[in-house]
Design a protein around this ligand. Sequence first.
Ligand code: CP
Length: 306
Amino acid sequence: LIHLLSIEGLPRATIHQILDTAGSFLSVNDREVKKVPLLRGKSVFNLFFENSTRTRTTFEIAAKRLSADVINLDIARSSTAKGESLLDTIANLSAMHADMFVVRHAESGAPYLIAQHVAPHVHVVNAGDGRHAHPTQGLLDMYTIRHYKKDFTGLTVAVVGDIVHSRVARSDIHALNILGVPEVRAVGPKTLVPGDLREMGVRVCHDMAEGIRDADVIIMLRLQNERMSGAMLPSAGEFFKTFGLTPEKLALAKPDAIVMHPGPINRGVEIDSVVADGGQSVILPQVTFGIAVRMAVMSIIAGNLC
Ligand code: CP
């Protein structure tokens, strides 16, 4: 593995290797990660052309825990604003001896373009490209599910909300399929849940009760307003009434179901605060696990673990 651009096509063994490696970085209480020298002397460039709180910060922490030098390019103040192209930016940062680029971009495929143009020793990690893929989010979601449910083979997982615009949904569905989850459901209104997901073996549900009944895992997604035009955009109140996860709706799932969300959450739109902050929510542990999972990805693609 030289780059991590998508989960699609990854062997099951590689996903388990990443999750096992992440586990090895976490201490006994599963909350802290110790500093290790695996990327000492390497330069990791964080290039976030789209906003981020969790992904950018946890990549920075992960790289620092691996003893790398971390450079966070402030895109808004960079020469991108003067019209410098993406590939010219990459060429110039490569001239500063970059070893790894962590890239988030609004255009699907941007990290692939970069991967085609960097020197063979340089690694690229996709930190979210358009509506295409968010592989490290998918991997940290799998880490979270394995942590709480131990095994993937008997699970029912419901992914709920704005799936059509969600790179997280696509990465999660690929990962869940590769890991052998027998029932993956995509739940939401017809406008936001494309029927062609059935070709990925997904059960499409336009009824919330049907979608979350007896689920072991519920992954809630926010409405990606920034990727929607007016006609498509449901009203927040209407969406909450139909697909918002409330305690009453959560009661339809298994009693020990976990509630996940990649963040940022929109309280009162896709999720009730009582559920987001409740005992079944694992939204904040997801964030914590993201540090170890990103450490695992970076150390494996850099070739310092095999
Ligand atoms: N889950 C996620 O990608 O969050 P950020 O946009 O804050 O990075």
